[in-house]
Unconditional design. Structure first.
Length: 271
């Protein structure tokens, strides 16, 4: 008979596996990838429902798994764009609503009073929003298709809200930005990250989103959680920000930026 040591009890086969509890991150990632697979094949209604669920799952991944925030945001926007296109094939309207009653895309951060991010990161996010708002303001004044003062105002508002959360100190936002290239290419421009040509409005939106994701993926963005309550609060707060950035990605797709991996993930890798 094999003796056991005093400091360890014998392992019961299968017990460790059966007692293991998936985290929100793991559970959402498994559901997201499963639904991504279902969204690629089969009847259109099945693909539509799967892509709609995948869009929600990927946002939870982005909010609950800090190391997967870029993947989660981009995948959610891609899934929403797919769901939108599939909905048109079955005479439906994709509304991007979530089970908790919040839209999967936001244009502002109304109601959000805190984020589990450093002031330095918040300032970088505010700069990205403000720069996009200023660019859209210029294009809207020139009557460029797809550029509206409403979109510009929403970007500026999001930037102000982020700075408010940061404490309104060390503001990186500028009153004026270089618009030379913008004026030279108001309708169509070359994406500096990929070399692809796309509408200028779409490039402004994707650049804003990717600049924010690069800041969030920075090694400096470290947040410590203490206990399940802190982790749950962090996830709920980050979901609001995730939906703002996913909205920028989705708008870029709607304005003509390619939604395929070869474009959007190539761009994110160069940020």
């Amino acid at each position: 008979m094999t003796a056991t040591t005093a400091c360890s009890s014998p392992r019961i086969a299968g017990r460790a596996e059966s007692e293991y509890q998936e985290t929100d991150c793991e559970r959402s990632y498994r559901s997201a990838t499963d639904n991504d697979s279902r969204a690629q094949h089969g009847p259109i209604i099945v693909r539509y429902l799967a892509s709609s669920q995948s869009a929600q799952d990927w946002q939870t991944v982005a909010a609950a798994c800090p190391q997967r925030i870029t993947e989660g945001v981009i995948r959610s926007a891609q899934a929403q764009w797919l769901a939108n296109n599939l909905a048109q094939s079955i005479s439906q309207t994709y509304t991007a609503s979530a089970h908790d009653g919040n839209a999967l895309r936001r244009q502002r951060l109304d109601g959000l009073t805190a984020l589990p991010l450093s002031k330095a990161i918040l300032r970088k996010l505010a700069l990205a929003e403000d720069r996009a708002g200023s660019a859209l303001q210029v294009l809207a004044a020139k009557g460029v298709a797809g550029a509206t003062l409403t979109a510009s105002d929403n970007h500026h508002a999001a930037g102000s809200q982020l700075m408010s959360i940061a404490g309104n100190t060390g503001d990186l936002r500028q009153k004026e930005y270089d618009i030379t290239n913008l004026l030279a290419n108001p309708s169509t421009a070359t994406d500096q990250s990929t070399g692809l040509q796309a509408s200028t409005v779409s490039i402004i939106e994707i650049d804003c989103a990717l600049e924010e994701l690069a800041a969030l993926a920075s090694p400096d963005n470290t947040v410590s959680n203490t206990g399940a309550t802190a982790a749950s609060t962090r996830t709920n707060q980050m979901l609001v920000l995730v939906r703002l950035i996913a909205g920028h990605c989705y708008e870029a797709f709607a304005q003509g930026y390619p939604s395929a991996d070869f474009a959007v993930f190539a761009s994110s890798s160069k940020q």
